[in-house]
Write a protein that binds this ligand. Structure first.
Ligand code: B1M
Length: 213
């Protein structure tokens, strides 16, 4: 669809205002929010990722594309999140220490809030102790860790160990995700759940919160 191609192209150029206007237009044209996200914005971000890998674009271009992505996602938020019966529960989420990527984490947060969960957003570059302190102090049933770098995903294992060390491992579920993370890795570090996308992460968190209620 042409407008989805236009959204992808505007995102790749980092044109946040154009992305916002095109996303609004696509919503008015009744294009499903999921298609706008996946075939428009994420399509553009994947192309930027490939070009970044091949040294065809550099950090500044990727940063403006990321900003455009965040602005476009904010417009989509009410259309992406599910309606109907609201779940209850509290979750803390963050991108692990050493890692500044937050687009996926923000999407996961958005989908969880859309399901009615309270989400404590710890931001990026979050140390294992800070995940565990937040879970203890704010009575979170679930800790959600996001990592985008192969060099930072091991921090997720440290979060599991820290929860054990501080005696809360049997009171919280630990969920992990992000592009380099796999089911096998999640099992290896002793996490409770790996999900590959934001919507499945929200479903899994709702289930955990219901079990622990
Ligand atoms: Co970075 N970067 N980056 N980057 N960047 C990647 C990840 C990379 C794959 C690019 C590449 O080489 N092709 C590569 C990692 C290579 C590797 O480790 N194997 C890379 C690199 C190398 C780097 C730097 C080291 C570059 C440098 O400085 N030399 C540097 C590291 C900085 C740091 O973190 N310390 C860096 C910096 C940056 C920017 C700051 C410029 C920017 C981030 C801006 C921001 O986030 N605000 C950036 C970006 C944008 C990317 C790419 C292009 C896009 C990432 C993204 O947002 N994707 C990325 C290439 C790519 O992925 N194609 C790349 C969209 C997002 C929706 O996907 O986060 O995977 P994702 O989330 C998905 C799922 O994974 C899942 O849900 C989402 C979809 O529904 N999910 C979860 C995510 N978290 C979850 C948690 C869950 C469950 C599911 O449960 C708790």
């Amino acid at each position: 669809m042409q407008i989805l191609n236009d959204i992808s192209a505007a995102l790749q150029r980092g044109k946040a205002k154009d992305v916002v206007a095109l996303v609004e237009q696509a919503i008015n044209e009744k294009i499903p929010a999921k298609d706008i996200l996946e075939q428009g914005m994420l399509h553009g971000m994947n192309i930027i990722g490939e070009k970044f890998k091949n040294n065809e674009v550099f950090v500044p271009e990727v940063l403006v594309a990321a900003r455009a992505m965040n602005k476009g996602t904010a417009v989509l938020k009410p259309y992406l999140t599910a309606e109907g019966v609201k779940a209850s529960g509290r979750v803390c989420i963050g991108t692990v220490k050493g890692d500044l990527h937050d687009i996926g984490k923000n999407l996961v947060k958005m989908m969880m809030e859309g399901k009615g969960l309270e989400v404590v957003d710890l931001g990026t570059d979050v140390a294992p102790e800070d995940f565990v302190a937040a879970a203890k102090e704010q009575n979170c049933q679930v800790i959600c860790c996001s990592a985008l770098l192969t060099t930072t995903m091991s921090v997720m294992g440290d979060v599991v160990k820290e929860a054990q060390k501080q005696g809360i491992r049997d009171q919280v579920k630990i969920m992990v995700g992000g592009a380099p993370v796999t089911e096998a890795f999640a099992q290896q570090i002793g996490a409770d759940k790996y999900t590959s996308d934001a919507a499945s992460a929200a479903d899994a968190a709702v289930e955990f919160c219901a079990q622990l209620a």
